[in-house]
Design a binder for this molecule. Structure first.
Ligand SMILES: [Zn+2]
Length: 59
């Protein structure tokens, strides 16, 4: 089962009356402002995976 990200508020008018759109995966329609938008998962952040340089110092 695929997990879908569901928005709680319309990013344009802030209304909560959202419903899944037939346009495609991740598409939503706002009944308040009649806008359709699509959520897209871009990927995971690499935050916290950076290694700080340390050790290996040669004098
Ligand atoms: Zn809206």
């Amino acid at each position: 089962m695929s997990e879908r990200a569901a928005p709680f508020y319309c990013p344009y008018c802030g209304d909560e009356d959202l419903r899944p759109s037939e346009e495609g995966h991740g598409a939503w329609e706002c009944a308040a402002c009649n806008r359709a938008f699509q959520l897209k998962f871009l990927g995971l952040l690499t935050r916290g995976l950076q290694r700080t340089g340390g050790g290996g110092e040669e004098i």
